[in-house]
Write a protein that binds this ligand. Structure first.
Ligand SMILES: *Cc1c(COP(=O)(O)O)cnc(C)c1O
Length: 445
């Protein structure tokens, strides 16, 4: 048998850090990452044959659970017809229509056009280029701790792996590029107003996660998302609403749908990005939005964007099948599993005397250790929380066969396959994890 440790060593000799995406390396929690051999429903199995209840869900895509049989069959059938053609296929329009039709409230449909790409990074990169192309302006506004993939202009003060490793920005991003990205504190409308008062004529647009979930989960304050759209539009700038993580995960209609569920006049971002759930585990993402902006894309307009594998037939098949299956029942199950798990975590931590706050945005959640008066609302507060309690908490769970995200800065993901029995098994592992969190001591300064 090959062990995780042997594979990690072998991989690290040829692949930087042994991984193809930094957080997978367990850098902030320590220890050896599990090399996954297979996954099914709510569980993953590593190369040593050990099974874990999975709370990562491939970082979001596994909404239906792993290896959902209909999705697997659809991808297999598509594969048998050919892997890639570099030509349009029927399914692209079908999946685009499915996405567009879901994003609808009170007759407002912000997704009038949609283009598929292969990753969330490409989707947000294209959105930035579109906002600049549409306005003829250079500056972009983003928020501290929010993550929009790894394109240069968005890697400034970003969440996800950069938050995990405490990096202010990536080396290799030029000073000129950084200078064109204005970073503001999240949930601070006054800061947005001030920067637009000063430099509004030079700002192409704002990019924001629909609900922040890459610095732990930090929901937008009521009125924040609508407010930044009003401010940007008053200055002729655009807004990209990044639903790569939240889209079709927190509701049938994403975070926009949740937040506008009862709105008489839903607010309307100019562009939206999707990824993760829309492929159900296959590499696909999309940028969509107002026809007037989207039709600036080549070959209709002057903003160039392309992709050899864009609209790949296997990914399209996986996406169509996933979205067709992701009905109200699925979201009820995901919401119920998330609520039961949050209750169990809260009870275990309370019983162990560990001060904490469970941050939520729909079914997404994360744990902020330490005393907090109310929900944490920005990156500074998240960084000031007792994140050092997370590693022992994480490892105590892992030792008992529960795989939580390997970073305090990542959201926890449940799926429709996380039933009551699975939640009970996690709950049984929580007291030991809570005790480990209670015993944790801050690192020496
Ligand atoms: C994951 C993520 C991205 C990047 O998507 P990739 O497919 O990893 O490139 C962009 N935005 C948000 C909000 C994300 O969570």
């Amino acid at each position: 048998m090959t062990t995780n440790a042997e594979l990690f060593e072998r991989s690290a000799r040829i692949i930087p850090g042994g991984v193809d995406s930094p957080v997978r390396a367990f850098g902030s929690v320590g220890g050896v990452p599990r090399f996954i051999a297979s996954a099914s429903g709510a569980t993953v199995t590593d190369v040593e044959g050990r099974q874990y209840i999975d709370l990562v869900g491939s970082w979001g895509p596994a909404l239906l659970g792993h290896a959902e049989p209909h999705v697997v069959a659809a991808v297999q059938e598509a594969a048998a017809r050919g892997l890639s053609f570099g030509a349009p296929i029927e399914g692209e329009a079908e999946l685009a229509e499915l996405v567009a039709a879901r994003v609808e409230r009170a007759g407002v449909r912000p997704v009038e056009r949609l283009r598929f790409v292969s990753t969330g990074t490409e989707a947000t990169m294209t959105a930035i280029r579109l906002m600049r192309g549409a306005t003829g302006r250079d500056l972009i506004v983003k928020f501290s701790g929010l993550y929009h993939g790894h394109s240069d202009s968005l890697l400034v003060d970003a969440g996800s792996g950069l938050a995990t490793f405490g990096l202010p920005a990536s080396a290799g991003v030029t000073a000129a590029t950084s200078a064109q990205t204005i970073v503001l504190p999240y949930n601070d409308l006054d800061a947005v107003r001030r920067v637009f008062d000063e430099r509004g004529d030079d700002i192409a647009g704002i990019i924001v996660e629909a609900a922040a979930a890459n610095m732990g989960v930090v929901a937008p304050l009521p009125g924040f998302n609508a407010g930044i759209i009003d401010i940007a539009h008053a200055h002729g700038a655009l807004v990209t609403y990044d639903e790569v993580l939240t889209g079709f995960r927190v509701s049938e209609c994403g975070w926009w749908g949740l937040e506008n569920a009862d709105a008489a006049e839903p607010y309307r971002p100019d562009l939206m990005t999707f990824g993760k759930v829309i492929g159900g585990g296959m590499p696909i993402a999309a940028v969509g939005g107002r026809a007037g902006v989207m039709d600036l894309l080549a070959p209709v307009g002057p903003v160039y964007q392309a992709g050899t594998l864009s609209g790949n037939p296997l990914a399209i098949a996986g996406g169509i099948t996933t979205l067709r299956l992701a009905d109200a029942t699925v979201y009820e199950r995901v919401d119920a599993a998330s609520a039961a798990l949050r209750d169990a975590i809260g009870e275990a931590l309370d019983a162990a005397g560990v001060a904490h706050r469970i941050q939520t945005a729909g079914s997404l959640f994360s744990i902020a250790f330490g005393e907090h008066d109310g929900p944490l609302t920005d990156y500074a507060q998240v960084r000031a929380s007792e994140t050092w309690r997370y590693a022992p908490f994480f490892h105590a769970l892992l030792d008992q066969g529960v795989a939580a995200p390997p970073s305090a800065y990542e959201a926890w993901f449940v799926s429709a396959a996380h039933d009551a029995e699975i939640v009970d098994r996690i709950a049984a592992a929580l007291p030991r994890a809570a005790a480990a969190a209670a015993e944790a001591r801050p690192p020496e300064a």
